[in-house]
Design a binder for this molecule. Structure first.
Ligand SMILES: [Ca+2]
Length: 330
């Protein structure tokens, strides 16, 4: 999911213009072994990579951002490139998708009403987080993506010291990574300028299940509703600096409030380091700052009766639809 922070570009799929040639221009340039389920021509943009350019007619599908303000949101769907059982595609399709997104970014930067790469915010879940990182490999020389938010980047297929192979802090001016299934389905180590480990980073409250597969999947996907809530939350996902999970488990990360930083959409681009935070098991997930939590406890009032709760996430329609699109596609 690519979000342009500013600009008024309105495009439709039919309007999508031919892009200027820019290496790599086809999948054969990207990998030598192009065994895949995708039929030729191997040109980019590929007819089976769909760019859904969300404009006013799609407001109801992306309520969280549009509740916040006027945004242009582009959802990149590369699902048809990773069709089971042709799992071999996973070795090249993320790079291919990244190359196409970079071409789109180039087009947007050249458009009279467009935006430069530095104003783009790329959001990706699981493999999609790495696709956002791979996009950086193809961005026009001398330019840089503004921000990449990695939502529990997958550990599968990507665990390398080669920074061109996955998401890392060199891929954008600000890279923030949120971990919810670290070490299981998600990457364990920090990979951004700011890394947030939610509820210890590995297992999430409310994800208990009789099936281990369902539980792991729940931990991995729970990052999406956390981020969506962060777009409009008034309470805020505040996190404390903490070097590792050992310190966190021992309760040694009780920092002064001035050292807390916010996770999610409102994260400060200057944030650097590793942070830990807790959430509620059910929405609203955000717990706010410690002072807010203690005041809430002492008042013995429910979360919904405090001032931040005047914001009611349930007012956002189609939240499930938005989350599903993020979690099943990019
Ligand atoms: Ca990278």
């Amino acid at each position: 999911l690519v979000r342009a922070a500013e600009g008024n570009t309105i495009l439709t799929g039919d309007d999508f213009p031919p892009l200027p040639p820019k290496p790599p221009t086809n999948v054969r340039d990207i990998v030598s072994n192009n065994i895949s389920c995708v039929e030729p021509p191997f040109t980019c943009p590929h007819p089976r990579i769909h760019f859904f350019l969300y404009t006013n007619s799609f407001l109801s599908s992306l309520p969280a951002y549009f509740h916040k303000g006027d945004y242009n949101v582009i959802v990149v769907d590369y699902g048809s490139l990773v069709v089971v059982p042709c799992i071999d595609q996973i070795s090249w399709s993320p790079s291919f998708a990244g190359a196409c997104i970079a071409q789109l970014a180039y087009y947007l930067s050249q458009h009279p009403r467009g935006v430069p790469p530095e104003k783009l915010h790329l959001l990706g879940w699981s493999i999609g987080a790495h696709i956002a990182g791979l996009t950086a490999n193809y961005v026009e020389k001398g330019r840089k993506l503004g921000r990449i938010t990695g939502l529990d980047p997958t550990i599968i297929f990507y665990q390398t010291n080669n920074k061109t192979k996955d998401l890392d802090s060199t891929d954008a001016l600000f890279v923030d990574v949120i971990h919810t299934a670290a070490g299981v389905l998600g990457q364990w180590g920090p990979s951004g300028h700011a890394d947030y480990y939610v509820n210890g980073g590995t297992s999430q409250p409310g994800c208990g299940s009789f099936s281990i597969i369902e539980q792991l999947s729940c931990d991995h996907t729970k990052v999406t509703p956390y981020f969506i809530e962060s777009i409009n939350t008034k309470r805020g996902f505040w996190a404390a600096p903490c070097p590792n999970r050992f310190y966190y488990n021992l309760g040694w990360c009780d920092s002064p409030e001035t050292q807390y930083v916010e996770m999610g959409e409102r994260a400060n681009p200057k944030t650097r380091g590793i942070f830990y935070l807790q959430t509620n098991a059910n929405a609203p997930y955000a717990k706010g700052l410690p002072v807010y939590r203690s005041r809430r406890k002492s008042n013995n009032t429910s979360a919904s009766s405090n001032s931040p709760a005047q914001y009611n996430p349930s007012r956002l329609t189609n939240r499930r639809s938005f989350g599903t699109r993020l979690t099943t596609r990019t």
